[in-house]
Design a protein around this ligand. Structure first.
Ligand code: ZN
Length: 502
């Protein structure tokens, strides 16, 4: 995306006032609408741009059957957004999720409008992240976290949890799972389990205010809860039940501790879940074995004598509609490229990620959530980078050695973490502006007019128009004698090594 300027700290005064105002607005807004995720809103939706109906139905590419991932990235000179969210194409399931995203987006934009006249030297950022937990076949728990960064050392995170049932086309409610979740006996059992967890946790034992926990559990139905096949989790916001230092609190209760309160239907569901988890484990072990066996990287810098090399790079995927088309075109022109993948996309579409690597292209790290890294603290930053390396390696059997910061935004901390993880930072020399124009002829003319010997070209394999434009781009540049190599090959040819940025 755009090459934003590096972020530099504001003066303390400006910083504090910006934070105060924005926190207040956000607090009011989000509090006012909290847990309204299940109500409908009138705000115009952030709708998925793509549906997947063109994709062959006998091949389920998503790691989470029935669930697809949408990544929406926008930026101006003063803010950037990267919004990741899952969708099913079933409106009863998708709409509440989209409504919640809209609330977060609008709250962020409102704050941005308030502060944009006062701030000068940083870029606000909204990052919506997805955690996907399999409950059982076609039932998922989706935790969305909206990270609002409007200056200061840390952003503010708001979370919402959605439990969805694809077969029944509905959201799962607490009283689907538990018998009479509002009864005193259920609350008592829950509190007892929670007490147990707190007592056995050294950090929580002395910091969590159990009275606050008790109060919150009186309205358990409106609490944020999550579910996996073996645990029921209660979430508390930062500061809600303890000091800021302990952050947001997650209390994971083993599901068998609540067994006597589970409905018959869900008792069966949890049994089924065991079987599925077992099967998945076996499948994954087999896949790992396979990918290690087939791992022989034949990236040799061959004998192209004229030295006209270009590195094409594709960011933000892999995408089930667009990436396969790009792979076909690259194959046709005997071109190799580099795919800067999002860890979250690789988690959703591991088979596609593997296909990219199997065709001899380079797979590289573009963070997990497409967060503006200058908005993160050190731990958050490490998490973005390390998780992504792991997801890509799990999917492809290859460990990335290249890293591209989203929006081209980095600072000293980013350089250090990249270096510690053996990653070179890769920027670009030609921006196709494909994310902005979404127009075949503009992409074509921008790339062909600006590409020259040694160029690194920025493209995105999430926009269909990029796939549309690629054949002509390759046709023209090939005719001019260019060869298309991976970024690592290009660095090799240029004799460059180390963390960069390049
Ligand atoms: Zn990107």
């Amino acid at each position: 995306m755009r090459n934003f300027k590096r972020v530099k700290p504001l003066g303390w005064l400006a910083l504090c006032s910006v934070l105060l105002i924005s926190s207040a607005i956000l607090f009011l807004f989000v509090n006012h609408t909290s847990f309204a995720g299940k109500q409908s809103s009138n705000v115009k939706g952030v709708k998925p741009v793509y549906t997947f109906k063109n994709f062959s139905s006998d091949e389920e590419l998503s790691n989470y059957p029935g669930l697809h991932l949408h990544t929406l990235i926008e930026g101006t000179d003063t803010y950037s957004m990267a919004i990741n969210y899952p969708f099913t194409n079933i409106s009863t399931i998708d709409q509440p999720i989209i409504d919640w995203i809209d609330q977060q987006k609008n709250a962020f934009l409102e704050t941005e409008e308030e502060i944009s006249s006062q701030k000068k030297r940083f870029i606000s950022h909204l990052n919506i992240q997805v955690e996907t937990n399999i409950i059982t076949k076609n039932k998922y728990n989706i935790i969305l976290s909206a990270y609002h960064y409007v200056g200061g050392a840390n952003g503010i995170t708001y979370k919402q949890s959605f439990a969805i049932d694809i077969d029944n086309e509905e959201h799962i409610e607490l009283n689907d799972i538990f018998i009479d979740p509002n009864s005193e006996s259920f609350k008592e059992k829950l509190l007892h389990a929670i007490d147990n967890i707190i007592e056995n946790n050294n950090e929580y034992k002395d910091t969590i205010d159990q009275n606050l926990v008790q109060d919150r559990m009186q309205d358990v139905e409106n609490s944020m809860w999550g579910l996996t096949k073996d645990s029921f989790t209660i979430y508390f916001d930062e500061y809600e039940v303890g000091p800021g230092a302990i952050g947001a609190v997650e209390l994971k209760i083993p599901i068998n501790h609540l067994e006597s309160n589970i409905t018959n239907e869900w008792l069966e569901t949890f049994e089924l879940a065991e079987e599925i988890a077992e099967r998945k484990k076996v499948e994954e072990e087999a896949k790992q074995q396979e990918s290690f066996e087939s791992e022989k990287d034949q990236t040799n810098v061959s004998d192209h004598e004229n030295g006209k090399y270009i590195a094409l790079t594709f960011d933000d995927g892999p995408h089930p509609d667009v990436t396969p088309r790009i792979l076909d075109t690259l194959n046709e022109y005997n071109a190799k490229a580099t795919f800067f993948m999002l860890g979250l996309q690789a988690e959703y579409y591991p088979a596609l990620a593997a296909e990219v690597a199997n065709q001899g292209h380079e797979v590289a790290n573009h963070t997990y959530n497409h967060t503006d890294l200058t908005s993160l603290n050190h731990d958050q930053l490490i998490n973005e980078i390390v998780t992504t390396n792991n997801k890509i390696e799990q999917a492809t059997g290859k460990k990335p050695t290249l890293f591209r910061p989203p929006f081209g935004s980095y600072n000293e901390q980013v350089i250090n973490v990249a270096e510690q993880n053996g990653l070179s930072i890769i920027l670009w020399s030609v921006d196709s502006l494909d994310w902005k124009n979404r127009d075949l002829s503009t992409i074509y003319s921008t790339v062909t007019a600006n590409a020259s010997v040694g160029s690194t070209v920025l493209l995105h394999d999430i926009h269909p128009t990029t796939a549309d434009a690629l054949p002509e781009v390759l046709e023209t540049l090939s005719a001019q004698g260019y060869h298309f190599v991976t970024v690592s090959e290009l660095l090799n040819i240029q004799g460059k090594s180390g963390v960069g940025p390049f």
